[in-house]
Design a protein around this ligand. Sequence first.
Ligand SMILES: C=CC1=C(C)c2cc3[nH]c(cc4nc(cc5[nH]c(cc1n2)c(C)c5CCC(=O)O)C(CCC(=O)O)=C4C)c(C)c3C=C
Ligand code: FE2
Ligand code: FE2
Length: 369
Amino acid sequence: MSFQTEPPYTHGSIDRSAVVLVNLGTPDAPTSSAVRRYLKQFLSDPRVVEIPRLVWWFILNLIILPFRSGQSAKKYASIWTREGSPLKVHTQKQAKLLAGALAERGHDGVTVAMAMRYGSPSLPEVLAKLKSEGCERIAILPAYPQYSGTTTGSIYDAVFAHYATVRNVPELRFIKQYHEHDTYIDALRDSVLNHWEAHGRPEKLVMSFHGVPKRTLLLGDPYHCQCLKTARLLAEKLKLTKEQYVVTFQSRFGKAEWLQPYTAPTLVALAQQGVKRVDLLCPGFTSDCLETLEEIAMEAKHDFETAGGQQFHYIACLNETPAWIAGMAEIAEQHMIGWPTMKTAAQREADKKAGEQARAAALALGATN
Ligand SMILES: C=CC1=C(C)c2cc3[nH]c(cc4nc(cc5[nH]c(cc1n2)c(C)c5CCC(=O)O)C(CCC(=O)O)=C4C)c(C)c3C=C
Ligand SMILES: [Fe+2]
Ligand SMILES: [Fe+2]
């Protein structure tokens, strides 16, 4: 094992703090080859698919990638924008706005970057760039409010793997979850209330979360409990009774049982029971993406309407809403406590002088810089 050579250590250099907003990742283009590359990296992660590696290698390379890449590429093409994949575009905008929000709150020594767990910009390249810019403290902010080993756990893996080759590792903080954070729940409530103010209320509010295999729940993954808690807190803030909302899970992959109830069959059942209007919100996704814009706003809407439903309203993700940008800033801020991100000019000047004195003392002892 060898570690990267560091630039010569300099006493008194100004170090910065950084927040890295990390999302899942998305293909570089809505083409079969780009989707294949993305799916191969994503679905090869043992956190995502927990079956014996050799068996999975054959299934992935001989069945899933050849068939799914083309089908998924068509779906991506249906949501692609001139700026690119919605997931990446929103995450980029959120990071930029988060930097502004932190600066407004008085944090002038914080860099905000965004990175993807799969695809680009990759976590290793972003973390290396931050290091080259002198960021000595890094807070990792996953785009997922609810913790799951399949998502947040995998971001931890990638961060640890990157620093496993680095000699001078920065101070690290990880934001594990914010499924019950007031600012997150309030931002969701505002989105729903704004929608209702403009369009009236539905008979049922459907809160649809990305699914995971049921087995992960049985093995101790807290994701399911955290989704239910988010839903309960949001329902309380909206003053909904149990009959007025339902929690469902979407995006099932493969043949195994995933968390239930599944979103699409629930919508069909609601329509068959005579429910004419549903509003659907995806609280677990902080940015709109393939799973919300195509699977929900197109496919699920079609399923509901085909089964006799009349109005299907999709309520967009938090994306760049001011309440959510402020929410992210508050969450990040709470995890940077103790970091010198709000130093006054006088404090900085004093730090610089102390650094110069330490450097002079080190040179006197024979150090070379
Ligand atoms: C194969 C197993 C999968 C698990 C487990 C899983 C968990 C999981 N995923 C998200 C968030 C997103 N998933 C997205 C796309 C997506 N997810 C899977 C599979 C699993 N996800 C696949 C194969 C895909 C790709 C699309 C497809 O071919 O169907 C996305 C959207 C990405 C985009 O580019 O827009 C998000 C976001 C969570 C939160 C989660 C577990 C909690
Ligand atoms: Fe997924
Ligand atoms: Fe999907």
